[in-house]
Design a protein around this ligand. Structure first.
Ligand code: RUQ
Ligand code: CUA
Length: 664
């Protein structure tokens, strides 16, 4: 409920502030501003919020929030503090505005690279974006995002905000843990969500008998922690130099990378360490009940540095095209350890200084904070409470936990600021809790204390603070990614937009600044980066193929270089694109011909984007200034096809068209 009847005194104080503001602005006068706010039924708080988050026309935002789009399959770029949606970046799902997945070779190559088995997938479920890092801080080079529905990962190049690579990760049917980047982006990590039958290969499949699924699940299924090596020149994932660590089928959940003192480690939660298989229809407990029987699940600690050494020493085996460190090797080499964590945990988040690891369990009202110093000491002293059924050492809970804080109902994920406070999302309570970490941030009875809480609207999943996953968080903004909006916006039908809420962290109490409906997908997780770090292009250099970010062999400068060549069953065209014409603009073809068109947008004016679309052929390309791309299609029906430019690019945009005349 918003307060609609502001108190007089509030207004008096507020008017004082406004008068200073008005004086500073040299006009208007406080009376006018106060009257305006009153007329719009705004409380002083509302007016203050408006000013704090309003970005005037023509002014730019300070941050960009990169949010996954959930099962829309895309990534959203949202400006902060204005919360304006700046772009939906096409990733796993074809997107016709950007001509992504409709013929342009760079986009087709990206999508086809991640094809699963024999299928070219038409969608994905983007989950956890990870910005690349240098020295433990976002560097604005690349963004990685996983596909939770399928075991895939994509790389978005932040010089042009386009997806350049989609990779199907071997042995993963689904993914969830990650993406996170190591502080130097040597690796990005993705682990499996639901375990898959051992050696799962979508091309040939894996046969498991139903009895075996119910009786021998622990032997037949496996999870994997995947460390994908990144090419530092172009951000590409190098599968040949990547590796996996085989894990028990405990349904690994979220994950995070160590940094500072925990550099070299990766941390992963799990739920369903009971290994329930479901089967209500086979007289078994439902999966949900079976998976919540025990009081503890396992925090997984993976030493990727040691795994890297084991791989280099030839101790890994290639399975489905990637080097895999087996469970036995991982145990023998001291790569894998477990620690109990309160049941059904969800988020695991490493603090900025790298020494604390916070775990939040959906069914436990506390966050549990582990210490890397304690973990390493316990490992050195072999301070184990035992081993799991696979022989993985389990560290003693009391030996590795630094503190617990009761934060509220349904804690999920934690982000941090620069002063040693954690911010944990509370799904059941629809709130964000602020609490303190231990030394060196907070000493004695100041440590591990709940200090503030703010309601959010409603059912918060993830949350993000500015530079919140780095070693240098900014501590000013927090965005709550709420799953439900219920009554917060004008009703647009039973499917409501998700609600992103911008929260100010600079005051003593957290303060809500702005609601932002996102009606184009389900933002799941986000990272917030300062726009100072980003250096995107305004135009491509002439002839650039965005797929390789270099000059295309097919690029032309226009004029005499525009041409058509014919050979058996093929019509190949080098076409220039400029306001407001295609050249050539009439292409003759015969029924059954393959038409190959190399399109070069020969403009160097920012925003001079053109499209190229052919009716009834599902061909739709978008070309930014300077871009060259190729499109291929077969004309299997005679007709006169009028191709046209889809972007309203100029006064003669409507005239920007041409013909493909196909004789029967
Ligand atoms: S997980 S709402 Cu799929 Cu990111 Cu926690
Ligand atoms: Cu080019 Cu419209």
């Amino acid at each position: 409920m918003t307060k609609r009847q502001p108190l007089r005194t509030h207004w008096t104080l507020f008017a004082l502030g406004l008068s200073l503001l008005a004086a500073a602005c040299g006009g208007g006068g406080q009376g006018e501003l106060v009257a305006l706010a009153a007329e719009r039924d705004m409380s002083p708080e509302d007016a203050a919020r408006a000013i704090k988050s309003f970005v005037p026309p023509g002014k730019l935002d300070d941050y960009i929030l990169f949010a996954s789009g959930g099962h829309s399959g895309q990534v959203f770029a949202v400006g902060l503090p204005s919360m304006r949606l700046l772009k939906s970046i096409a990733v796993f799902t074809p997107e016709s505005w950007q001509g992504y997945g409709y013929g342009a070779d760079w986009s087709e190559n990206a999508i086809a690279g991640g094809s699963i088995g024999n299928e070219t997938l038409k969608w994905g479920d983007t989950h956890h974006p990870a910005l690349s890092e240098t020295d433990g801080d976002y560097d604005g080079r690349w963004l990685y995002i996983n596909d939770r529905a399928n075991g895939r990962i994509a790389m978005i190049d932040l010089t042009d905000f386009r997806t350049k690579q989609v990779v199907q990760i071997p042995n993963l049917m689904t993914s969830h843990g990650g993406v996170f980047a190591t502080p130097d982006t040597r690796y990005v990590h993705v682990s499996s969500k639901v375990p898959a039958p051992k050696g799962w290969n979508p091309k040939v499949g894996t046969s498991v008998k139903i009895e075996d699924h119910l009786e021998h699940y622990p032997d037949l299924y496996r999870g994997y922690s995947t460390w994908l090596r990144i090419d530092q020149q172009n951000g590409r994932i190098l599968l040949d130099e990547s590796f996996q660590i085989e894990l028990p089928p405990y349904t690994q959940d979220l994950a995070d990378a160590g940094k500072g003192p925990s550099y070299g480690w990766g941390f992963m939660n799990s739920y369903n360490s009971e290994m329930a298989t479901g089967g209500v229809n086979y007289g078994r407990p439902p999966l949900e009940a079976g998976a919540s029987e025990k009081d503890f699940d396992f925090l997984h600690m993976v030493n990727w540095k040691k795994a890297e050494e084991a791989v280099a020493a030839g101790k890994a085996e290639v399975v489905n095209g990637i080097k895999v460190v087996s469970l036995d090797t991982a145990i023998a080499e001291g790569i894998l350890f477990l620690a109990p964590e309160p049941r059904s945990p969800h988020g695991v988040d490493v603090a900025p200084n790298g020494s604390y690891i916070t775990v939040a369990g959906k069914l436990d009202p506390r966050v549990t904070v582990y210490s890397i110093e304690k973990i390493e000491e316990a490992i050195a002293k072999q301070d184990f409470e035992g081993k799991d059924r696979y022989g993985i050492p389990i560290l003693k809970f009391d030996s590795v936990v630094a503190g617990q804080v009761e934060v509220g109902a349904g804690p999920l994920h934690t982000q941090y600021d620069h002063e040693g406070y954690g911010y944990t999302s509370l799904f059941l309570e629809s709130a964000v809790a602020k609490w303190s970490l231990g030394p060196p941030y907070h000493e004695g009875d100041k440590a591990f204390k709940l200090v503030d809480k703010i309601p959010v609207h409603y059912n918060i999943g993830h949350l993000a603070t500015a530079h919140g996953d780095t070693m240098k968080p900014h501590g000013n903004y927090l965005v709550a990614l709420n799953k439900w909006s219920i009554d917060r916006f004008t009703n647009v039908g039973p499917l409501h937009p998700q609600n992103l809420q911008l929260i100010d962290l600079t005051g003593e109490k957290m303060a809500l600044l702005r609601d932002a409906p996102i009606g184009v997908g389900e933002p799941h997780y986000a990272q917030i980066i300062s726009t100072k770090v980003l250096k995107p292009l305004r135009v491509y250099e002439l002839g650039t193929d965005p797929g390789i970010m270099a000059k295309s062999d097919s690029a032309i400068a226009g004029g005499a270089e525009s041409r058509i060549e014919r050979r058996d069953g093929v019509v190949e065209v080098w076409m220039s694109v400029i306001r407001s014409q295609f050249n050539p603009d009439v292409i003759a073809a015969k029924k059954g011909d393959k038409v190959i068109i190399h399109l070069s947008n020969v403009e160097q004016t920012p925003d001079a984007t053109h499209g190229f679309a052919v009716p009834t052929k599902n061909v739709n390309v978008s070309l930014d200034a300077g871009e060259t791309t190729t499109v291929e299609f077969v004309v299997d029906t005679p007709g006169s096809y009028s191709f046209y430019c889809t972007e309203f690019c100029s006064a003669l945009h409507l005239e920007m068209q041409g013909w493909i005349v196909v004789e029967g």
